[in-house]
Design a binder for this molecule. Sequence first.
Ligand SMILES: Nc1ncnc2c1ncn2[C@@H]1O[C@H](COP(=O)(O)OP(=O)(O)OP(=O)(O)O)[C@@H](O)[C@H]1O
Length: 235
Amino acid sequence: MTRMQVEGLEARYGRAQVLHGVSLSLRGGEVLCLMGRNGAGKTTTLRSVMGTLRPTGGRITLDGRDLTGLPAAEIPRAGIAHVPQGRRLFSDLTVRENLALGLMTRGADTAVQEAALDLFPVLRDRLSQRAGTLSGGEQSMLAMARAICVGPRVLLLDEPTEGLMPSAVATVRAAIARLRADGVAVLLVEQRVEAVLEVGDRVAFMEHGRIRADHPIAEVRADPGLLKRYVGLSV
Ligand SMILES: Nc1ncnc2c1ncn2[C@@H]1O[C@H](COP(=O)(O)OP(=O)(O)OP(=O)(O)O)[C@@H](O)[C@H]1O
């Protein structure tokens, strides 16, 4: 079974150290939610795992293989896909072409694309449309569909439902549940508590570039003090 381990990850922007030894571990078929206040380092953690920001310390392993310091292009090939903030689609390329780039990453076959389109049927009608002309919600769904086309063992999602209409939010959550059932390990940065409680198995709370607490979802439900302390939310 898939297992990703992050140990003592450190990262900086220029002279400012932002991650001070982030450790977490994630298994296939599990959704780990990363929560914390603005600026806690959630996005930086995902970027450091993907190698788009080169970590200055620590180790990342996937099923025992050390991925630390690999060029950013190698990380998706190793099986970790990312839906970043801002989505980073190729806006001049069509929906079909964006998905094809996902498929090429690890040589997934078109059945994987069909499965992704089954999760986001709205994209099926827009395969020839340029990504840049999709609505914001459709772009978010395309970014997720493209990541699914990689055929990842681990999927990193940075606030995938941000700015979406309720119906699209439900579609994205259903997709996360499907991936989990298929044994994908999901690391989800999410601000919305109800989303975390619905799709999460565990919550890791970040503060000032460190993981301060890591709890099964049942404990988060039972102890609203955790959300209040680390996210400033009353539920
Ligand atoms: N490109 C950058 N250059 C310099 N500092 C940055 C850069 N990106 C982020 N930071 C800083 O690093 C810290 C962590 O940012 P990060 O985006 O990881 O936080 P976050 O937990 O994802 O926050 P949010 O919930 O607001 O998205 C913040 O203090 C932020 O200002």
